[in-house]
Design a binder for this molecule. Structure first.
Ligand SMILES: Nc1ncnc2c1ncn2[C@@H]1O[C@H](COP(=O)(O)OP(=O)(O)OP(=O)(O)O)[C@@H](O)[C@H]1O
Length: 191
């Protein structure tokens, strides 16, 4: 979604709420209105910095990219992933020839798991992370900037909303996810 200027948002609300020709903003003014627009479109995704990304001190850079894009961090932890979690996470790849080395790689050191929230965050995260094969990943993406080989591609991001829900519940307990409000969410949606 492109950023929306306040004036455009005001005209959208005027045309979708209340009788024609009557300007009706949400109670609480523009800021509350932006929040209500944004809140209706929220989704969450799992992003994980893989062991090579942690070893290479890329955690901060990856978090920065998601924060700067405008997404909201609602879960964060560093952990040594168990083989059972990894087997569950990559269950669809278990028959691939690279599966054993993938599990070894993912278990070789700590992972930083995160849950990010925002409009179209699943799709946007996949673009930000870049192609699975680092050789195909575009510059500007995490993998395109930091990785040269598919087997050490720095970061994971869920590839659909349904998968994201499954992966978040695999990696996080619900009590580890924090619901919080931006003090002024309108800032996110202004150019
Ligand atoms: N041909 C391959 N050789 C070695 N490792 C591979 C290969 N294909 C995939 N992998 C590893 O398995 C991971 C999962 O593969 P998948 O096809 O699900 O890609 P992805 O969804 O882009 O990656 P991820 O799930 O890690 O975000 C890849 O990120 C990569 O680390």
């Amino acid at each position: 979604m492109n950023f929306i200027r306040p004036a455009i948002l005001r005209s959208v609300i005027c045309s979708t709420r209340g009788p024609p020709g009557r300007a009706t903003l949400a109670p609480g003014g523009p800021s509350a209105f932006y929040s209500s627009v944004v809140a209706g479109a929220q989704e969450r995704t799992l992003v994980a910095v893989k062991p090579d990304g942690v070893q290479r001190r890329l955690v901060g850079d990856i978090i920065k990219r998601f924060e700067q894009r405008g997404f909201k961090l609602v879960g964060l932890k560093m952990l040594q992933a168990s083989e059972s979690t990894l087997a569950d996470h990559y269950h669809d790849l278990r028959r691939k020839p690279f599966y054993p080395s993938l599990i070894r790689y993912m278990a070789s050191g700590p992972v930083v798991a995160m849950v990010w929230e925002g409009h179209n965050v699943v799709r946007s995260s996949r673009f930000m992370v870049g192609d699975t094969d680092s050789a195909q990943a575009k510059p500007g993406t995490v993998r395109g900037d930091f990785s040269v080989h598919i087997s050490r591609n720095v970061v994971h991001a869920s590839d659909s909303v349904e998968v994201a829900e499954r992966e978040i519940s695999l990696w996080f307990h619900s009590a580890e996810l924090v619901n919080w409000e931006n003090s002024d969410q309108s800032d996110l949606y202004q150019v």
